[in-house]
Design a binder for this molecule. Structure first.
Ligand code: UD1
Ligand code: CA
Length: 467
């Protein structure tokens, strides 16, 4: 992906994102709604990067500040505010201070069309240049054209675009629709936009009127038909958001399966676009893998697991109902069922983390085991350590967090508390049920619990006293 303006390019990307998105019924600007873990407008920006634009301009209006905040730290994105929002032609006009007077091409995208593929944009640009067109309109033939602008042709060539509300019954029958994505020759564009009037059902300045305006002046207008209309699906409602998300997931799932990953039930497998998974890994139903996660080869991820921003090496088994966030798991390890790996956790090679075990900012060495009912936080645990059932690192005294160190080969008996800061030396033992508050030297036994006393004949005497 190219970040930042590309020197030498004469392609300028403009993304329209000023509309209100009324039908989303949301406090969040429409283009910031996530699809497969990333906002719609981020998807669009990523796609745009494929044509190495000299500049990228986002036209914002409704909740402009929120959208701008979303892109802080992206100096390559230029913002132009459209206020009030008087239509798509008016939106493009707002970029004139930036782009007026330049030569080259504007590729116009919509912030709410997140499925567009990079290859499609590259082909659009190539076709537009080859035809030396003043405008190239991306179109698609769809089953249900309702709501879209229709492409009206005369003698096979595009003559104009008519919006749903302004179309005649005959024009509404046309199934070729305007995607809202275009390539424009920069030189004549802003002059032509000034001639567009708002004489239509919505009283808006329609960018689509540019087609007829160019045709009147005998400027060449071309169309570029996308084969898969799903690619140009726009999101105007939560229903469409869900539909577009499902398409994106399906695309990702198909890519993974083609690369050798088994998905037992793709319909219930939710994998974000940036996730990488190695071959022969098997993913069971109800698994969610998010963000910048990498899963190695020959792993098995059982049902109802969520993994986010984690690194899982090869041959790892994750049993049912685990949550793994921001952790690293080395090859051959086994996690869960019901385990919780929190950020900055490292599980070593062939280590085992069992049921109801939580690890936070903890490294568990190679071959070590914490198989049952434990909280291990802010701990450095060496290799081949056995952490008994119910072990707790008491890392927090109410004010600050402290470290626990457990050295190689140590054995922590069940139901022990290790009150940090504390160190258990190499090969040391902690007796079951101990509350350890002082370091245990290497090879020693640490025992810290009440001594047992047996009272002989007690049960018999109790019976004699009656109930
Ligand atoms: C537009 C097209 C229509 C096409 C459809 C594809 C026009 C007149 N119509 O219709 O032919 O089939 O897209 O989805 O262009 N926007 C602004 N400022 C405005 C108005 C809109 O930035 O003043 C932005 C919106 O945020 C959105 C995009 O432009 O990203 C499209 O606007 P929208 O109102 O959704 O247009 P449609 O009615 O869908
Ligand atoms: Ca729209």
């Amino acid at each position: 992906m190219t970040l930042g303006p590309v020197a030498g390019s004469d392609v300028h990307v403009v993304i329209l994102a000023a509309g209100q998105g009324t039908r989303m019924k949301s406090a969040l600007p429409k283009v910031l709604h996530p699809v497969a873990g990333r906002s719609m407008v981020d998807h669009v920006l990523r796609t745009a990067a494929a044509i190495s634009p000299a500049s990228t301009t986002l036209v914002v209006g409704h909740q402009a500040e929120t959208v701008r905040q979303h892109f802080r730290g992206r100096p390559d994105v230029v913002f132009v505010v459209q206020e009030p929002q008087l239509g798509t032609a008016h939106a493009v006009q707002q970029t004139e201070p930036m782009l007026g007077g330049l030569t080259g091409t504007i590729v116009l995208l919509s912030g709410d069309v997140p499925l567009l593929r990079p290859a499609t944009l590259q082909r659009l640009l190539a076709a537009h240049r080859a035809a030396r067109a003043a405008a190239t309109v991306v179109t698609a033939v769809v089953e249900r054209p309702y709501g879209y602008g229709r492409v009206i042709r005369t003698n096979g060539r595009i003559a104009r675009i008519v919006e749903e509300r302004d179309a005649s019954p005959a024009e509404r029958q046309v199934r070729e629709i305007n995607s809202g994505i275009y390539a424009f020759d920069l030189a004549p564009l802003f002059g032509a936009l000034r001639t567009i009037a708002a004489r239509n059902a919505q009283g808006e300045y329609y960018l689509t009127d540019l087609v007829a305006a160019y045709r009147r002046r005998k400027r060449p207008v071309e169309t570029f038909l996308v084969e898969d209309p799903a690619e140009i699906r726009g999101v105007n409602s939560r229903t469409e958001l869900a539909e577009v998300s499902a398409i994106m997931r399906q695309t990702k799932n198909e890519e993974l399966m083609a690369a050798g990953v088994t998905l037992i039930d793709p319909a219930t497998t939710y994998i974000d676009p940036d996730v990488e998974i190695g071959p022969d890994t098997v993913i069971h139903p109800g698994v969610v893998i998010q963000g910048q996660t990498r899963v190695g080869a020959a792993c098995e991820i059982h049902a109802s697991v969520r993994i986010a921003d984690a690194q899982i090496a090869d041959r790892v088994t994750v049993h049912n109902f685990c949550l793994i966030v921001g952790a690293r798991v080395a090859a051959g390890a086994s996690i869960g069922p019901f385990a919780h790996l929190r950020p900055e956790t490292e599980v070593g090679e062939a280590a085992r983390v069992g049921n109801f075990v939580e690890l936070k900012k903890t490294s568990l060495g190679a071959g070590s085991k914490a198989n049952h009912l434990s909280y291990l936080g802010d701990a450095t645990i060496g290799p081949n350590v056995n952490v008994g059932a119910g072990t707790i690192t008491c890392n927090y005294d109410g004010r600050k967090k402290s470290q626990t160190v457990i050295e190689e080969g140590a054995f922590i008996g069940s139901d022990s508390q290790l009150v940090a800061p504390v160190r258990i030396g190499k090969g040391a033992y902690v007796a079951a049920g101990s509350s350890i508050t002082k370091d245990v030297p290497a090879g020693a036994l640490g025992i810290a619990r009440g001594r047992q006393r047996n009272v002989e004949g007690w049960a018999e005497r109790r019976k004699g006293q009656g109930s």
